[in-house]
Design a protein around this ligand. Structure first.
Ligand code: MOS
Length: 696
């Protein structure tokens, strides 16, 4: 597209968040903070058995407790639409308090509502629930007898993988595993619901108020326009903040007791009821020529889902897009176990998938004697390896070369286990990553006011990424005004349909709608000398333009380089430095982009070394479901972490943006594991790289 910007652009220059001052002074109100008149509080009661039925709930004694207003349970809860779910797929996870079945530990079985949050919690803790237990199975493995291939994840690929593997002179054949991982966003989930003048008003912590309003309306069978959902400030999501149990139960209670009700989750409840990344088990077979040129990539991946909804961790997405092999095959299977339903977690599929594929690539580098960076360069595709479509833009080679140059990769001695500094063995490793890009349909409106202010209204979500600020910069350039003339209204379902803050597609999707609304407004302003008091509004809906796009492979790309020090006698792994170089489309706000990428890389480091949800198979619950037991990387774990980017621009998207939220975690764990191998000579094929897996 032709850029028509004549003034110095705001896009591409660093800006602090518009709401930054409010946030750091505590003035910004999150869902649990918004003051509401006459507010009652709900506290969840979670199942303590892994499978069975509720035989009784002793509500009488709880109702007699101070401040308790009521107990919602399967005997009195409103009936829900069983076909409701995101993207129109019925999701049993949402069917709360509909019957006496218990599908896993940590399933909401009641909500105690009281005048204060302390009274609600006391009531919830006092509620005696009796169960009839049934035998359960919480043990996932790829060889589980109930593993099956889901219809929605059919085998994909191209060429004859078995034939290529049979003749390839070099074959790597390994299994990799990743554990259950939890989102642990800084802001625990909370939602308030109240009926007012025939409308259901919701203040929620979510990644897309329009999406949540639609699914909520479908779930409760509300008429269109009844529900209004807002989520002004959100403290992280990572995939866990869609339509959550806190909101469903708040709506039930507000409806039954006819007053505003807020449900706030404790940290431990967040671990139980907001989904997780499922454990995965993956077999990778790479067949290559002696020069490292790939003939075949075979990726078998298995993960677990629940008995109430089929969630699939799509680990093969990276495999279908990374390398120009002659033959590629991805086979996906899932196992239904008596665990909570997994969900999207930052770079779903690509994060665990890249651990397997990029670890195997390092093993191929070792087997062929080809340098790991050179191995990637030799297998760089010209078109989508499976799709055959052109790339919208692909600058992975530039990431590899710039990353290698800045990291000092050229001097690397490839031999493992030969560098010692006192008690430390040191090593370096690298890996690449991709994450899907492109735009999805959104609407937007921009109103010009007589006072010279332009108000952008779009159902976008800012979950801490800086989306609000980025869109103000995009609008300023599209309108050819200063960013100080732009006001943002976001995170309100009444603003109309917009893509949610997910799939790293938010900024690209919303930017397009904002640019199109600005174009419409500027046309309407031609010849206007005085703007009326009500203003003049330009509008856009990008659905038709996006539907007409040519088929292309659209991805953000990145290359990551890691240096570690390992103490083989204690198993301690220290990441000394990490460098990520990305090609992620046009960078709108360098300040917040860097934060997104560093955040993704930190989460990848955390995935590599720390994060592991541990289940007790006897009772089926997490034994480390809090931030004392579930380790997340902290500042002390990342002394030197740098993210930067090379020139990139997606010409298929007005504005040229891709996404930066998820690509930062893709490949990171493999880069760390590859560095640990280089330090010690021992491969780490199971995450996390725990002390006991390193000690030799
Ligand atoms: Mo992301 S897992 O699409 O919030």
């Amino acid at each position: 597209m032709t850029e028509s910007i004549t003034r110095p652009g705001a896009v591409g220059t660093s800006h602090v968040r518009l709401e930054g001052l409010e946030k750091v002074t505590g003035a910004a109100k999150y869902a649990a903070d918004v003051p509401i008149d006459g507010l009652a509080h709900g506290w969840l009661v979670l199942s303590t058995i892994a499978r069975g039925r509720i035989t009784s709930l002793d509500t009488e004694s709880v109702l007699a407790m101070p401040g308790v207003l009521g107990v919602v349970h399967h005997g009195n809860a409103p009936r829900l639409n069983p076909d409701a779910g995101i993207f129109g797929v019925g999701d049993g996870t949402l069917q709360l308090l509909q019957d006496d079945r218990v599908p896993h530990v940590g399933r909401p079985v009641a909500l105690v509502v009281a005048k204060s949050i302390e009274q609600a919690r006391a009531g919830a803790e006092a509620l005696v629930v009796t169960y009839a237990e049934e035998p359960h199975d919480v043990e996932f493995s790829a060889s589980h007898p109930d593993a099956y291939s889901p219809a929605s994840a059919p085998e994909s690929g191209k060429g004859d993988v078995d034939a290529e593997l049979a003749v390839a002179p070099v074959v790597v054949d390994q299994r990799y595993s990743t554990p259950e991982e939890h989102h642990t966003a800084m802001e625990p989930h909370a939602a308030m619901a109240r009926w007012e003048d025939g409308r259901l008003e919701v203040v929620d912590a979510n990644q897309g108020s329009y999406l949540v309003s639609q699914v909520l309306a479908s779930l409760f069978r509300f008429e269109p326009g009844v529900v209004r959902v807002r989520a002004e400030h959100v403290g992280g999501g990572f995939g866990s903040k869609a339509l959550g149990p806190q909101l469903i139960l708040a709506v039930m209670a507000a409806t039954l007791f006819d007053r505003p009700v807020r449900v706030t989750l404790s940290r431990r409840q967040v671990f139980s009821v907001t989904g997780m990344r499922p454990a995965t088990s993956q077999r990778i077979r790479l067949g290559a020529d002696s020069t490292g040129r790939l003939r075949a990539i075979d990726h078998e991946t298995a993960s677990h889902t629940s008995t109430i909804h089929e969630y699939i961790e799509r680990n093969g997405e990276v495999t279908n897009a990374l390398y120009a092999a002659d033959a590629i095959r991805v086979r996906t299977s899932v196992v239904k176990v008596d665990l909570p339903t997994p969900t999207w977690m930052r770079a779903p599929g690509c994060a665990p998938g890249s651990f397997a594929v990029e670890s195997a690539m390092d093993e191929l580098a070792e087997a062929t004697g080809v340098d790991p960076v050179e191995l990637r360069l030799r297998n760089e595709p010209q078109v989508g390896p499976v799709s055959g479509f052109p790339f919208s833009s692909r600058n992975l080679v530039a990431c590899l070369k710039e990353g290698a140059r800045r990291f000092g990769w050229a001097d690397r001695d490839p031999r493992p286990g030969v560098r010692r500094e006192g008690r430390w063995l040191t090593g370096t490793g690298m890996a690449v990553g991709i994450y899907g890009a492109g735009a999805l349909p959104s609407t937007a409106a921009i109103t010009a006011s007589p006072d010279g202010v332009f108000t952008v209204a779009i159902g976008a979500a800012d979950i801490g990424t800086g989306a609000r600020t980025a869109l103000a910069l995009v609008a300023a350039d599209a309108l050819e005004v200063s960013p100080s003339a732009v006001r943002m209204k976001i995170a309100d379902s009444d603003l109309g349909q917009a893509w949610f803050a997910g799939g790293s597609r938010g900024t690209a999707s919303w930017s397009w709608a904002v640019i199109a609304a600005a174009t419409d407004l500027r046309e309407k302003l031609v010849g206007v000398h005085e703007i009326p008091a009500e203003g003049i509004t330009g509008r856009a809906d990008t659905a038709a333009a996006i539907g007409a796009l040519a088929k292309q492979d659209r991805y953000s790309h990145g290359a990551q380089f890691v240096e570690v020090a390992v103490d083989p006698s204690t198993g301690e792994v220290r990441v000394r430095r990490m460098l990520g170089i990305f090609a992620a489309g046009r960078i709108i706000n360098p300040l917040t982009t860097r934060s997104q990428l560093v955040g993704g890389m930190t989460m990848g480091l955390s995935m590599a070394l720390h994060e592991e949800g541990l289940r007790d198979k006897e009772f089926g619950g997490l034994v480390n479901g809090d931030l004392a037991g579930y380790h997340v990387a902290s500042h002390a774990d990342v002394p030197d972490i740098e993210a930067d980017w090379v020139e990139d621009h997606d010409p298929s998207v007005p504005g040229g943006a891709k996404g930066v939220g998820e690509v930062g975690i893709v490949g990171t764990a493999a880069a760390v594991a590859n560095a640990v191998w280089h330090a010690t000579g021992v491969r780490q094929r199971s995450l996390p790289i725990r002390l006991d897996r390193v000690m030799v």
